[in-house]
Design a protein around this ligand. Structure first.
Ligand code: C2E
Ligand code: MG
Ligand code: MG
Ligand code: MG
Length: 291
């Protein structure tokens, strides 16, 4: 009996395709479309230099301006992008957008370094380093105004191509930051071999600074050892004044977190910088016409 068979067929199909897989497939199809229709937008979160409260730079963080769901955060779609090859066009989009924004700020007389997150999948793409070189050249942005943030696990990737890509990126003058430091299995000693400019302590340790003595000890150890190796240290996820004060006492260089600002669209970031007087414009870059 046909109708019954069909029903059975549908049920079998549903069973074989678990909810998670079906949802991921739908997400990937929508994400592919979003990349074409420019639904992906870049927000920027300030990084503050603790010695003088000056803006040290901004981190570019992608968001999906979804037609029905509103603003979707990256944790919901970066994983899917990494597993489907969509991470390459996504990285291209964010990199180009962030470097173009850096150029636009330079044209306004503001020297604001930008940091872009790069998945290991994107780093290992043979065309990636040439792409980075092309983007900074195209926009006329000095390499040292761009930082690429790579997670600790990806930077310690054993594959020779990862190390080679890092070396070639560093040769462009582009800075490399180790993101989410402390969550992987690497040691600080391994870091000294790599062309790494900056270490970003994972926010899970920073959150616990007020209450967990162990977290505070980890943060302190990372700050001291990273400094010993000549690396800049950033604490992410700074949400309260007590943590900030402790980070200052430890000599941490830069802090980033909701205490200062959430990630903002570029127009709102400009307002935030003005209102918080954190930006010391570089005299050399200030347009001569604006007295
Ligand atoms: P991440 O690179 O470690 O970025 C820091 C995350 O912590 C951001 O989440 C930021 O909004 C959040 N954060 C910053 N300060 C605070 C704070 O004080 N409290 C709390 N609770 N959170 C804070 P977001 O934007 O949701 O991004 C999550 C992750 O997605 C990023 O972690 C990064 O790994 C990834 N990601 C974001 N944009 C991109 C991208 O363009 N490409 C790639 N490959 N990955 C990206
Ligand atoms: Mg990051
Ligand atoms: Mg991080
Ligand atoms: Mg993270």
């Amino acid at each position: 009996y046909h109708a019954k068979d069909r029903r059975l067929g549908v049920r079998v199909f549903d069973d074989s395709l678990d909810d998670g897989t079906a949802r991921r497939l739908a997400l990937v199809a929508q994400l592919r479309q979003a990349l074409r229709s420019r639904e992906l937008v870049v927000y920027y979160q300030p990084k503050v230099q603790l010695s003088d409260d000056v803006l040290a730079g901004v981190e570019a963080l992608v968001r999906w301006n979804h037609p029905t769901r509103g603003l979707v955060l990256p944790d919901e779609f970066i994983g899917a992008a990494e597993h489907t090859g969509l991470i390459a066009p996504l990285t291209t989009l964010v990199l180009d957008e962030a470097v173009a924004q850096c150029r636009a700020w330079l044209d306004e007389g503001k020297r604001i370094p930008v940091a872009v997150n790069v998945s290991v999948r994107a780093l290992l793409d043979s065309a990636f380093v040439d792409e980075v070189a092309g983007v900074v050249r195209h926009h006329g942005v000095p390499g040292h105004l761009l930082t690429l943030e790579l997670t600790e696990t990806s930077i310690m990737d054993d594959r020779a191509s990862a190390g080679e890509a890092l070396t070639r990126i560093a040769e462009l003058g582009v800075h490399i930051s180790v993101d989410d430091f402390g969550t992987g299995y690497s040691s600080l000693a391994q870091l000294s071999r790599l062309p790494v400019h900056e270490v970003k302590i994972d926010k899970s340790f920073v959150f616990g600074m007020g209450t967990e003595a162990n977290d505070e000890a980890v943060v302190n150890a990372v700050v001291q050892l990273a400094h010993h190796m000549g690396k800049v240290v950033v604490a992410e996820g700074v949400e309260d004044r007590l943590s900030l004060r402790k980070l200052e006492e430890m000599g941490c260089d830069i802090a980033q977190g909701y205490l200062f600002s959430r990630p903002l669209p570029p127009e709102k970031l400009a307002t935030w910088i003005r209102d918080n007087l954190l930006y010391a414009p570089d005299a050399e870059l200030r347009p001569a016409a604006k007295a």
